[in-house]
Design a protein around this ligand. Structure first.
Ligand SMILES: O=c1[nH]c(=O)c2[nH]c(=O)[nH]c2[nH]1
Length: 299
């Protein structure tokens, strides 16, 4: 038996970079978490400890900050591509870069209503825009090599207070769930979508894909969360031709109707217990069947 080195990669995870762009008193802010992972000629560092092929993870972190200053942080897909291509193009020992970016949203706190504070032109106050996170995952073999871009979002919490049923499922000796024709459907969407190429209009594409997910969630009369998931993916693919595959993970955030009969009260789907766990976890992919599969794009 021989022991050999298997697949490996290394990089600086979760560099938290905040880029403020200042246009006089009007500031804009991009708040990101960038994870870089590189691979290439890394046998020697593992086998003998020879670091000659290694671009330190500290340098990778510095590059993230330097690029934020030099180029600004535009759409996160673009920033991820810029970094990934840089590492592969500039270092002969690095053959592949994976760059993942999360973006946290900040909304401007309007100050026009308080001119007495002297803040009219001082647009530098922000409030965190909820828990939702925009994501981008880029793989690059360099500017001239294979590349993939997966955009997405997570922590998008949605709820329909009616318009959801669940019945007709298998019933075996362990089944206690009662069929329902009216329930709350709530979930926290994690969605990722793969682009056909590497030059989509990232901002527009993101906003439209997100809108499609929300509209399909709201407009689908749901017979199961699985059906809703499929409709959400379909909507994105129908409306955004640059997107070829959507993958989603949607926990079923169960809301149970509380039995109020001990108190002499009826409960016509008005008072619910929002359970924390366990939860159903519904996961699925929706794709254009003519698009080539790129399994590595999701890794
Ligand atoms: O939309 C649902 N899908 C299921 O597979 C399932 N299973 C369950 O207990 N409740 C639900 N709801």
């Amino acid at each position: 038996m021989a022991i050999v080195l298997g697949p490996n990669r290394y990089g600086k995870a979760e560099t938290r970079v905040v880029r403020v762009t200042k246009d006089g008193g009007v500031h804009r802010i991009k708040d990101c978490n960038v994870s870089v992972s590189l691979s290439g000629d890394m046998d020697e560092v593992h086998l003998t400890g020879d670091n000659a092929a290694v671009l330190p993870t500290d340098t990778q972190k510095n590059t993230v900050f330097a690029f934020a200053k030099k180029y600004g942080v535009g759409e996160i897909e673009e920033f991820a591509l810029l970094l990934a291509r840089h590492f592969v193009d500039s270092q002969p020992t690095i053959h592949h870069a994976r760059v993942e970016v999360e973006e946290y949203s900040w909304e401007r706190i309007p100050v026009e209503d308080a001119p007495h504070l002297g803040l009219r032109d001082k647009q530098h106050s922000f409030v965190r825009g909820g828990t939702e996170v925009r994501t981008a995952l880029v793989h690059s073999d360099g500017s001239d090599g294979d590349e993939s871009v997966v955009s997405g979002l997570k922590n998008l919490v949605v709820l329909n207070s009616t318009g959801s049923e669940f019945y007709g499922y298998i019933e075996d000796e362990y089944t206690t769930l009662a069929p329902t024709h009216d329930r709350i459907l709530a979930t926290e969407v994690t969605a990722q979508w793969r682009h056909r190429g590497t030059d989509s209009s990232w901002g527009r594409s993101y906003r439209d894909a997100r809108r499609c997910l929300l509209e399909a969630f709201a407009e689908t009369h749901s017979l199961s969360l699985q059906q809703t998931l499929y409709q959400m993916g379909r909507r994105v693919l129908n409306e955004r031709r640059e997107i070829v595959e959507v993958r989603m993970a949607m926990p079923n955030k169960h809301h149970f109707v509380v039995d109020l009969s001990p108190f002499g009260m009826d409960n016509d789907n008005e008072v619910f217990f929002a359970a924390d766990r366990p939860y159903g976890l519904i996961e699925g992919a929706v794709l254009n069947d003519d698009a080539p599969q790129v399994p590595n794009a999701w890794i």
